[in-house]
Design a protein around this ligand. Structure first.
Ligand SMILES: *Cc1c(COP(=O)(O)O)cnc(C)c1O
Length: 440
């Protein structure tokens, strides 16, 4: 048996929760390229963005100099409903792997939406309410973001319209009902409700949908509905900013117990949970105060970092959003129906893209079967049923711990467990029946 040299849970009190988000762009020498207007290729202005997004969020999106941005009191009070989230030591997984490494994971699945997405949903809906808006529109892939927005809209009393990627809508009826219970209106995408949806359906009548396509519909619905703005659950800078609460808590808890991480790992769809987890550690490294390894894990079926190109591209299939300079597989990329719905996005957050381009962030892919093997091992040792998305990070953490065993190194591995897999039982059932394929 391994000696328990740290607590199982590295707990923080509510008083130790961060009072400000951390904006990693402020410490970057090479800033990410600005969002661009596709018509002019000039940086988008706050005025242009304000038709789509709330004013305060536009300010956050464009801010690349302010390192700390205060978390409003009302947002902190709602964070208290489920934060601080636990930072756990995976003792039983370590034992199983016979590794001298210490494995820690930050668990963000401890709220009904089941993932980290509530951290940004609460912030974004708060700013919409503060601006006097009546409602928000959004897209959802696997359903976690839509659920998070539905919860946040229920807290603040705003209307919530969700465009849900069609294959998820069909695979996850219970997800849809959770959203409706919180008061949201849920539409499968592509739909006939919008110009963008009708255009995509005309070209691909049998499409299973994609995040990029659902984004186009949600944006269109926002700009054509009075007092309504669009909110996005990943990819944007503002989302990374809100998600920095994950990393700030992790940093505070590790400091409290005197642990310095060697490797920090997260799964990457649009980059928000990874970006949030690594932000304050990246800040230390960029300021020359510490050195870490940062690892992004993406599905082999949707390899934006590892197979994509670093260039300006549309954030959505319908090409209604501004252009972002990022690693992208192309805005018309249609990934196969891998079960990690939250990782089926063609692009990657511009800040993480720049860090990867500069060689500060590593990236690797994981294949679907390996991901579910890792998920199962994790469930059987640590007890938590992980989301397929998060299980990409588990697979990489296991690989790193195995390397540590081979090299006889007692490194500290920290990974983000971004959510639970309770709504992914169809995928688990396929895996358990031996019917899952790699799909890349
Ligand atoms: C949405 C989601 C992801 C992927 O999104 P990122 O923006 O890359 O974090 C990962 N894990 C879970 C559980 C999700 O819901």
């Amino acid at each position: 048996m391994k000696t328990y040299d740290t607590p199982c849970k590295l707990l923080l009190t509510e008083d130790e929760m961060p009072k400000a988000w951390y904006n990693v762009k402020a410490d970057m020498a090479n800033k990410p390229a600005p969002l661009a207007n596709p018509a002019t290729m000039q940086p988008v202005t706050a005025e242009e963005l304000s038709h789509v997004f709330c004013d305060e969020l536009v300010k956050q999106e464009l801010d690349d100099t302010t390192p700390y941005i205060e978390i409003p009191e009302e947002v902190r009070r709602l964070y208290c409903l489920y934060r601080p989230s636990p930072l756990m030591r995976a003792y039983r997984l370590e034992e199983k792997l016979q590794t001298p490494a210490r494995i820690f994971f930050k668990f963000e699945g401890n709220n009904t939406s089941g993932s980290h997405k509530l951290n940004s949903a609460i912030a974004q809906v708060y700013y919409a309410k503060k601006q006097g808006l009546k409602g928000v529109t959004t897209e959802t892939g696997a359903g976690q973001w839509g659920t998070a927005v539905s919860m946040a809209c229920a807290f603040f009393g705003l209307k919530c319209q969700v465009y849900m990627v069609k294959c998820s809508y069909e695979q996850k009826p219970y997800r849809r009902e959770v959203m409706r219970t919180y008061g949201a209106e849920v539409t499968p995408s592509p739909s006939m409700n919008t110009e963008a949806g009708r255009r995509i359906l005309a070209a691909h009548p049998d499409t299973i949908g994609s995040l990029g396509c659902a984004i186009s519909e949600a944006v269109e619905a926002a700009v054509t509905t009075p007092d309504t703005r669009y909110i996005l659950g990943s990819v944007l800078s503002q989302v990374l900013l809100h998600q920095s609460v994950i990393g700030l808590e992790t940093q505070a808890a590790l400091k409290k117990y005197g642990i310095k991480p060697d490797v920090i790992i997260g799964c990457a769809g649009g980059g928000s949970n990874l970006g949030g987890l690594l932000a304050p550690f990246m800040g230390e490294q960029l300021r020359g105060e510490a050195k870490y390894r940062f690892v992004a894990v993406e599905p082999a079926a949707c390899p934006s970092f590892t197979k994509g190109e670093f260039k300006y591209d549309f954030c959505d299939t319908g090409r209604v959003c501004p252009l972002a300079k990022m690693y992208t597989l192309g805005s018309d990329f249609m990934p196969s129906a891998i079960h990690a719905g939250g990782l089926r996005y063609h692009g990657m957050n511009p800040t993480l893209s720049q860090l990867y381009h500069d060689g500060i962030l590593e990236a690797r892919t994981a294949r679907q079967l390996d991901v579910f093997k890792a998920a199962t091992l994790f469930a059987r040792t640590e007890g938590i049923l992980p989301a397929p998305e998060s299980s990409h990070a588990i697979a990489a953490a296991i690989d790193e711990a195995t390397r540590c065993r081979e090299e006889g190194r007692a490194e500290n591995i920290v990974f983000g467990l971004s959510g639970t897999g309770y709504f992914d039982m169809l995928a688990y059932s396929k895996f358990n029946d031996g019917q899952m394929v790699n799909d890349d």
